[in-house]
Ligand binder design. Structure first.
Ligand SMILES: [Zn+2]
Ligand SMILES: [Zn+2]
Length: 180
């Protein structure tokens, strides 16, 4: 989403739009967080206004992502939501100042010319909205390390067919040791 700088005035305006998901999915495939893919466009709602030379955007986005659970390896769908605030300032004229562009104020982005492009920042926010460790549910019980059963919907098959209780307690001991 690009906006013309001259259209951004001191009067607060609202905007709702959607950002295509392809570019985010492309980034997700390359990046460290490759356990997700977006299922559709990113819905964005924001308000924006000018304060002196700075252009301020604040709003929220939501995106439906398909994740692969880090515990049970099943695919699951989750809607991720994130609030954001961007501040654009005109790029400093001198090149010495430009070296500071990555400076301390993380919210601050410089703009050049007569448009501001929100898309790269929005893509970044979508990726930040995804939990670092994907979980299908907070209390997902994962896979049994022994038999591979999905403990959310199957019972563990490790319990011996013999059903010998002494064996079972031995196994539990091993499992506890493995976990610690
Ligand atoms: Zn899971
Ligand atoms: Zn098992």
């Amino acid at each position: 989403m690009k906006l013309r700088v001259e259209d951004i005035t001191e009067e607060v305006k609202y905007l709702a739009f959607s950002e295509p998901e392809e570019e985010v999915n492309h980034l997700l495939r390359q990046g460290p967080v490759c356990d997700y893919q977006l299922e559709g466009p990113v819905a964005v709602e924001l308000s924006y206004y000018r304060c002196g030379t700075e252009l301020i955007f604040q709003g929220a986005l939501s995106a439906s992502a398909l994740g692969v659970c880090g515990r049970c390896a099943e695919s699951y769908q989750a809607v991720n939501y994130r609030e954001f605030r961007f501040v654009f300032a005109p790029a400093p004229a001198s090149s010495s100042l430009e070296a500071d562009a990555s400076g301390e104020d993380l919210e601050l982005t410089y703009y050049n010319g007569d448009t501001v492009d929100l898309s790269p920042l929005l893509r970044e926010q979508v990726i930040l909205s995804l939990p670092i460790r994907p979980l299908c549910e907070e209390n997902c019980r994962g896979l049994c390390a022994g038999c591979g059963a999905n403990l959310n919907r199957e019972t563990c098959r490790c319990a011996a067919p013999s059903g010998d209780p002494r064996l079972e307690s031995l196994r539990n001991l091993t499992r506890i040791r493995l976990r610690s």
